[in-house]
Design a protein around this ligand. Structure first.
Ligand code: FES
Length: 102
């Protein structure tokens, strides 16, 4: 059964469903939530959890080291809230350089 928890992102709180991963709940609510793959592949949804309980599913070591995972750095699209939480999005968007013509 779904429960709802308050997830605070940089001081603003949003109600999120415990059955949905955090990015799914936040992507239309918080302007801080990045657009990403929603399946653990791109790493853009990296967050630091400063308070709260959550369950996570497997995350690629390419994006989250064991040390990061142990310290509450996780991917929002791999995490389901189990209490009210406080988080920060911490991934920096990658710069892409385009060269047009020569
Ligand atoms: S949105 Fe791509 S890893 Fe989470």
């Amino acid at each position: 059964m779904s429960k709802f928890f308050d997830i605070t992102v940089d001081g603003k709180s949003f109600e999120c469903n415990s059955e949905k991963h955090l990015l799914e709940s936040l992507h239309n609510k918080s302007p801080k939530a990045p657009k990403g793959c929603h399946n653990g592949g791109c790493g853009i949804c990296k967050i630091k959890v400063s308070k709260g309980k959550y369950e996570s599913i497997i995350m690629s070591r390419k994006h989250i080291s064991q040390e990061e995972e142990n310290s509450g750095v996780v991917l929002a699209c791999r995490v389901f809230p189990k209490s009210d939480m406080e988080i920060q999005f911490i991934a920096k968007p990658k710069k892409i350089t385009y060269t047009i013509g020569d």
